[in-house]
Design a protein around this ligand. Structure first.
Ligand code: ADP
Ligand code: MG
Length: 257
């Protein structure tokens, strides 16, 4: 029996006085593709960032493959605090890959170097092996011809596909996409969505924050509508897009379509 790959329980995140995530309970089964939708500022990016610990949650639990990330310390009054060891977090970030809206490539490195970098510095993989892995992933996203190019020589769509290859090279168990097409010119959106669609067909476990509701409808096995730091409504794409039950969800879908 295999359990969920990723699980959060009452996940919370505050920045100073501002509580951005107010208790997220999320269970992700292997092979699920979850689209996360919601208005600007609802906490979508913060949620993804907490799932791979680029941001440390302020409270709650995150489990990866059944294992609690972080150590629980219980104070005398019964309150729990979770502390994180940097080494464990490096492991998690490796197992949970992320693709950003702004591709975040290193400008001074070629396409191939960008894709190899994590394998060499995080995984300590021998150079030759890292090169072969990176070349295979770049071929997968259709960039075998661009190994020696620098990011500035590529279109936005190509840069984003490099970022996807770079994430894939680490062979993550879960892939997170934070609005991967939002900074692209309209004519470049399609090639990136097609790449993501190919990954979906391979059965990968993915969470995708997107404003492309048409794509989310085709892509997602489940849709979460985030509102004010909480999952306001969730269901299948059919349920959320065609028959939302709650007023705020309905208004959002109407506004965004
Ligand atoms: P979304 O991705 O849904 O637009 P975000 O998760 O980026 O929303 O942001 C949710 C809220 O958290 C916003 O009010 C934002 O200003 C705030 N926020 C996000 N990151 C930080 C940060 N590093 N410091 C302070 N406030 C932040
Ligand atoms: Mg965001």
């Amino acid at each position: 029996m295999t359990g969920p790959i990723l699980r959060t329980m009452d996940l919370r995140k505050s920045f100073g006085e501002l509580e951005v995530l107010k208790g997220i309970d999320l269970t992700v089964e292997p092979g699920e593709r979850i689209a996360i939708i919601g208005g600007s500022g609802s906490g979508k990016s913060t949620l993804l960032r907490c799932l791979n610990f680029m941001e440390l949650p302020t409270a709650g639990r995150v489990e990866l493959d059944g294992a609690l990330i972080g150590q629980v310390q219980t104070a005398r009054d019964g309150t729990e605090r979770i502390t994180y060891a940097e080494r464990a977090l490096t492991q998690v970030r490796r197992r949970v890959g992320m693709v950003f809206q702004q591709f975040n490539l290193f400008p001074h490195m070629t396409v191939l170097q960008n894709t190899m970098e994590g394998l060499i510095t995080v995984d300590r993989m021998p150079r030759q092996q890292a090169r072969e892995r990176a070349m295979a992933e770049l071929a997968r996203v259709g960039l075998a011809e661009k190994l020696g190019a620098y990011p500035s020589q590529l279109s936005g769509g190509q840069q984003q596909r490099v970022a996807i290859a770079r994430a894939l090279a680490m062979q993550p168990e879960v892939l997170l996409f934070d609005e991967p097409t939002s900074s692209l010119d309209p004519e470049l959106v399609g090639e990136v969505l097609r790449t993501i669609h190919t990954l979906a067909e391979e059965g990968r476990t993915m969470l995708l924050v997107t404003h492309e509701l048409g794509f989310a409808y085709r892509f997602a096995t489940r849709v979460l509508y985030l509102y004010d730091g909480l999952v306001h409504e969730e269901g299948t794409a059919e349920q959320i897009f065609r028959a939302p039950q709650r007023e705020k969800t309905r208004a959002f879908i109407e506004r965004s379509s």
